[in-house]
Design a binder for this molecule. Structure first.
Ligand code: SF4
Ligand code: MG
Length: 339
């Protein structure tokens, strides 16, 4: 079966006065119909640049997208599309929810009207039907009193309600793919859980595929089916949630898991921050980008970029770019985390 979205060899650089920043390198992954895929990593790891590339939001210049990069959506190459073609796809087939809804909600327009506009612009409803559908969307995302909320402005909504309104706008046109960039990071923990729950239940109803960007593995465990771990602009591990939590194959992922409180037991586990800082993306190391912070680094890691290794034999989709997975590498014990 063809994938809904297929990203191949994505490379994004930015020209700056200080030189060229290698923001994303060698990123390849796919998303299937109805799947929730999480992209995890620290800030600056290339998660946002990756999804901005999908949305055609990388300004070129200063951005430069690699010649061999490809992003296919429903079999169509997005990187070759004109602004107009892209505009058609955005909002109707692929839509996006951002961390701060205030940057994307129009403060001077009633929330209900903003949902209506999205429906009308993309031809999903006539003017006459749009209001009814907008109210229905407000109800669907769990905002109480949809009829009166319809007439309110964004500033009359709480943070969590605004994020729900954003989701209503994003889902109004029943997109095939919803990209959510840290959608709950700005919210407090209870509201965060509610918004994630909402996204999951809407996903089940509509079978929309979701790319969820987060730095929080707790959010991943609760929501996603597959995980991509990014570090220094590269994908360093990929697998199902079960695979990544049970047998992570990269020391950076081990570090991430150790610095995540146990979501299942709510244990006050000691948080272990990963020591050191990510590499300089003006001149990333030629070998493994994690080597300067990795306590298992070997000679080979310094000079040679690790290829993708299968972490568990036979688990084709679970790969990690770490030399420890080479059969010649010393066996390093890492305690699995059971979810
Ligand atoms: Fe550490 Fe080497 Fe693996 Fe990189 S390739 S994460 S330096 S062991
Ligand atoms: Mg970001």
């Amino acid at each position: 079966m063809d994938h809904l979205l297929q990203v191949k060899n994505l490379e994004v650089n930015f020209k700056t006065y200080g030189g060229e920043v290698k923001a994303v390198r060698d990123v390849s992954f796919h998303v299937d119909k109805g799947e929730i895929v999480a992209i995890v990593g620290e800030s600056g790891s290339g998660k946002s640049v990756t999804v901005q590339s999908i949305m055609g939001l990388i300004p070129t210049p200063p951005g430069i997208i690699g010649k061999n990069s490809s992003i296919e959506f429903q079999g169509q190459e997005l990187l070759k599309m004109s602004k107009r073609q892209m505009q058609k796809i955005k909002g109707s087939k692929i839509s996006m929810v951002f961390q701060d809804p205030m940057t994307s909600l129009n403060p001077t327009m009633r929330v209900g009207k903003q949902i209506e506009e999205s429906l009308i612009v993309h031809g999903r409803a006539s003017k006459a039907e749009a209001k009814k559908q907008a109210i229905e969307m407000i109800r669907l995302v769990g905002i109480p009193n949809p009829e009166s909320r319809y007439n309110q402005y964004p500033h009359e909504f709480s943070g969590g309600m605004r994020q729900r309104a954003m989701i209503a706008i994003a889902l109004a046109c029943s997109p095939e793919l919803l990209i959510a960039d840290e959608p709950t990071t700005a919210l407090d923990v209870t509201i965060q859980a509610q918004v994630l729950e909402l996204m999951k239940s809407l996903q089940e109803k509509t079978n929309t595929s979701i790319i969820l960007i987060t730095h929080d593995l707790g959010v991943v465990a609760e929501t996603a089916e597959r995980v991509i771990v990014m570090y220094a602009g590269m994908m360093i591990e990929e697998g199902t949630v079960e695979e990544i939590f049970a047998k992570p194959g990269h020391p950076y992922t081990w570090g991430l898991l150790e610095s995540t409180p146990d979501v299942t037991t709510a244990d006050k586990k000691r948080l272990v921050p990963i020591e050191g800082a990510p590499p300089d993306l003006f001149a990333p190391p030629k070998g493994c980008p994690f080597a300067p912070r990795c306590r298992y680094a070997m000679d080979v890691c310094i000079d040679h970029m690790p290829p993708s290794f299968e972490v568990i034999e036979g688990h084709k989709g679970h790969t990690a770019k770490c030399w420890l997975n080479d059969e010649r590498a010393p066996k390093v014990a890492h305690e699995p985390i059971v979810v």
